[in-house]
Design a protein around this ligand. Structure first.
Ligand code: PMP
Length: 352
C-alpha cells in the first residue's frame, strides 16, 4: 500500500440524530409532525420529469423570489442552499477568513465547531451562563466572527432581539450570523435589522416550521454585499446546489404562509399542553421557544430514560457531554405521540 493515507484530511464528523428505517415515535431530530404544505406536494406530484434533463437554474430564481416576496426584501438579499447546513457551512467558509477566533456558545448547534475544524477556522466556545442563557457581554471581545443560534439549540431558549442588537452593534467589523432555524415557533426574528446592519446574516430553514426536513432547503438573508460574497464562494465550489423540483416545491411552500402559521401554531399548542404533564412526572423543562423541550429529571439519569424510551421505540436525543449530560432533548410531536411519550415515561419512572 502507498502512502496516500498520510495525505487524507482527517475530520471528526457531526453526528446527526438517528433516522431508523422502521416506524417509531421519532422525537429526536426536531422534525415537524405535520406534512409540508399541500401546495408544495402538488407541485412535486405534477412535476414534469422531462424537464430534469436540463441543469437547474443556478440562481434558483423562483425560490429566491418567493422568499424575497414573503419577507418583503429584495431578491439580491437572499441566498438559498441545500438545507441550512449547506448555507451555514458555506457561510463559515465565506465570512470567517481571518486569524481571529470566531465566537459561539459552548452549548449550541454541534455543527459549528465541526465546520470550524473542517475549514481550519480558529474559534472560541464561550460558556453559557449557569442557567444556559447567553451573556451578551461575552461577545464584546475581539473576534473573527460571531454565530448565535436564536432560539438556541439544544437549550430551546430565546435571546431577546435587543440583546442581539447589542452584540451586532459591538461587532461592526465582523460578520454576525444569527441561525434562526426555530424562529417561527416563538422567537423574535432579527430580520428587520438587515437593512440597518450590513454585517448581519440571518439563516433560516424549511426543515422545521415548513415541515420540509427531507426537502433540504435553507436560506440566508442579509445585505447585498454579504449575499454577493456568499454567492461567489458557492459558485467557486458547486453552482448547482438546488434541484429543479425543490426550487419549485420550495417556492410553493414558502408562499403558503397561512399553512406554515397554522401548523406551527398546532406544534406550539401541543408544546404548551404537554409541558405541565412532563413537569408532573418530575422533569424540569426549560421555557421553550422552539419545537422541542430541553428537560432534566430530578431523580432518574437522562441516559437511563433515553435508553428505556428507545427500547419502547420512542426516540429522543441525548448527548453524553459536560453540562448537558443529564438532559434530554425531546421534539414536540402530535398530541397522540406526546400521550404515548407520557405513558412510556410514567411506566419507566415508576421503577425508580
Ligand atoms: N441550525 C440549527 C440550530 C439546527 O438545529 C439545525 C437542525 N439540525 C440546523 C441548523 C440545520 O437544519 P437543516 O440543514 O435541516 O436546515
Amino acid at each position: 500500500m502507498g502512502n496516500w493515507q498520510d495525505k487524507v484530511r482527517r475530520v471528526v464528523p457531526y453526528v446527526p440524530g438517528e433516522q431508523p428505517q422502521r416506524p417509531v415515535i421519532k422525537l429526536n431530530t426536531n422534525e415537524n409532525p405535520y406534512p409540508p404544505s399541500p401546495a408544495a406536494v402538488a407541485v412535486l406530484q405534477a412535476a414534469d420529469g422531462a424537464a430534469f434533463r436540463k441543469y437547474p437554474d443556478t440562481d434558483a430564481t423562483e425560490l429566491v423570489n418567493a422568499i424575497a416576496d414573503v419577507y418583503g426584501i429584495s431578491a439580491d438579499q437572499v441566498f438559498v442552499g441545500v438545507g441550512s447546513d449547506d448555507v451555514l457551512g458555506m457561510s463559515f467558509l465565506t465570512y470567517f477568513a481571518s486569524d481571529k477566533p470566531v465566537l459561539f456558545p459552548d452549548i449550541t448547534y454541534s455543527f459549528y465547531d465541526v465546520w470550524a475544524e473542517l475549514f481550519r477556522i480558529p474559534y472560541r466556545q464561550i460558556p453559557l451562563a449557569e442557567d444556559f442563557s447567553i451573556r451578551t457581554e461575552d461577545y464584546f471581545a475581539d473576534n473573527g466572527g460571531i454565530v448565535i443560534a436564536n432560539p438556541n439549540a439544544p437549550t430551546s431558549l430565546a435571546l431577546p432581539t435587543s440583546e442581539i442588537r447589542r452584540i451586532i452593534e459591538a461587532n461592526r467589523d465582523s460578520v454576525v450570523i444569527v441561525d434562526e432555524a426555530y424562529i417561527d415557533f416563538g422567537g423574535e426574528s432579527v430580520l428587520p435589522m438587515i437593512s440597518e446592519f450590513d454585517n448581519l446574516l440571518v439563516v433560516q430553514t424549511f426543515s422545521k416550521s415548513r415541515s420540509g426536513a427531507g426537502m433540504r432547503v435553507g436560506f440566508a438573508m442579509g445585505s447585498k454585499a454579504l449575499i454577493d460574497a456568499l454567492k461567489a464562494v458557492k459558485f467557486a465550489y458547486n453552482s448547482y446546489t438546488m434541484s429543479t423540483p425543490m426550487i419549485q416545491a420550495g417556492a410553493a411552500a414558502m408562499r403558503d404562509v397561512e399553512y406554515m402559521k397554522k401548523t406551527t401554531a398546532a406544534v406550539v399548542a401541543t408544546r404548551e399542553a404537554f409541558r405541565p404533564r412532563l413537569e408532573e412526572l418530575g422533569f424540569t423543562v426549560l421555557p421553550s421557544a422552539t419545537n422541542f423541550y430541553f428537560a432534566t429529571h430530578a431523580k432518574v439519569p437522562a441516559e437511563v430514560i433515553f435508553t428505556e424510551l428507545k427500547k419502547r421505540d420512542i426516540f429522543v436525543r441525548f448527548w453524553k457531554k459536560p453540562r448537558i449530560g443529564n438532559y434530554l432533548r425531546i421534539t414536540v410531536g402530535t398530541d397522540a405521540e406526546m400521550e404515548a411519550l407520557v405513558s412510556a415515561l410514567t411506566e419507566i419512572l415508576k421503577a425508580y
